[in-house]
Design a protein around this ligand. Structure first.
Ligand code: SF4
Length: 313
């Protein structure tokens, strides 16, 4: 690589913290009470909160332990919390500040309740071990969770009214694939409602748009973040050998930029904007040639990005 080369670093049109994550951070910072689990799936955000003196507890800490430690107030994370555990907290007099994303509270849970009220069995397509799904499934009486064809094979065959919804962060491809499989093998009249949230849809679309034409992609965000991991998976469909998922700027290696003229950047909904800037700065620090920072618009135009590396201040 030489100083004569130019690299364009193009940020996806939608990247970084969504309103649900920002709202959760605001609730945590305003109330400063112990949090039941990682507030969002981003290590930097969680360690910043811990560094402010806010304790991060086990997600499903038992009531006895909470009471034993004399805790009177806790914070529920952005992913939601099982209905019965919320009720138990209330009954035992422990106040909770609910940082559950409004998309779950006002949209997903009410959809589950609505469809059950209409006599449907609700199948949630999502990771059964993810905190969002562990919580969401408790808002219905007749919910099933599937994340693979094998799990669909285990569903009862004789259900009449069935509706499929999905984890807010799943990819459209995965949801559609499993819905089609269910229609083919179990429920030909299955109703399907895409409950991915808008920020996730926007970011998936933005990463796909970029990955189709750039030489390499860096996806920024926690390895435990479902939506960030899915963004990396999406980018890999187009760039199987030159997609990199990082959760901190110092992971980026100069050799990744070898032969790259256009580098795309994507970031999950739990990735702070500051972390995106750290990645841009790291690239500016290690790349020997000229760098142009850009952002792709929703319409596909390439605009000047709102980022100036330190050297140019
Ligand atoms: S990704 Fe969607 S569901 Fe999750 S916190 Fe953000 S807006 Fe809410």
């Amino acid at each position: 690589m030489s100083e004569a080369q130019t690299l364009e670093v193009i940020l996806a049109h939608s990247a970084g913290t969504c309103f649900g994550v920002q709202g959760a951070i605001d609730i945590a910072e305003q109330n400063r009470k112990p949090i039941l689990g990682p507030l969002v799936h981003n290590n930097k955000t969680v360690s910043d909160l811990a560094a402010q003196g806010i304790p991060i507890l086990e997600r499903y800490t038992g009531l006895e332990k909470l009471k034993g430690e004399g805790l009177k107030e806790v914070i529920i994370t952005a992913h939601g919390y099982p209905k019965e555990l919320k009720e138990k907290l209330k009954e035992s007099g422990i106040k909770f500040h609910d940082a559950t994303c409004p998309v779950l509270l006002k949209w997903v849970y009410s959809k589950i309740e609505y469809f059950e009220g209409q006599g449907y069995h609700v199948v949630i397509v999502g990771n059964p071990d993810h905190a969002e799904i562990i919580a969401s499934r408790t808002y219905g009486q007749k919910t099933h969770v599937v994340y693979s064809e094998e799990e669909i094979d285990q569903l009862p065959a004789n259900l009449e009214k069935v509706v499929a919804i999905c984890q807010t962060t799943i990819t459209r491809d995965k949801f559609e694939h499993l819905v089609n499989y269910m229609r083919k093998t179990k429920y030909p009249h299955l109703k399907a409602v895409d409950t991915r949230c808008k920020p996730v849809k926007n970011q998936q679309e933005a990463v796909e748009m970029l990955a189709k034409w750039v030489d390499a992609m860096i996806i920024i965000g926690g390895f435990n973040s479902s939506n960030t991991t899915n963004l990396a998976r999406l980018a890999k469909k187009f760039l199987p050998n030159t997609t990199y998922h990082v959760d901190s700027a110092d992971m980026i290696k100069l050799e990744w930029l070898d032969g790259v003229h256009n580098l795309g950047l994507g970031a999950g909904t739990s990735t702070p904007k500051a972390q995106i800037k750290e990645v841009q700065q790291r690239i500016a620090d290690i790349y020997p040639g000229k760098i142009l920072f850009r952002q792709e618009s929703r319409e596909g135009e390439i605009l000047d990005a709102n980022f100036t590396p330190r050297d140019e201040f």
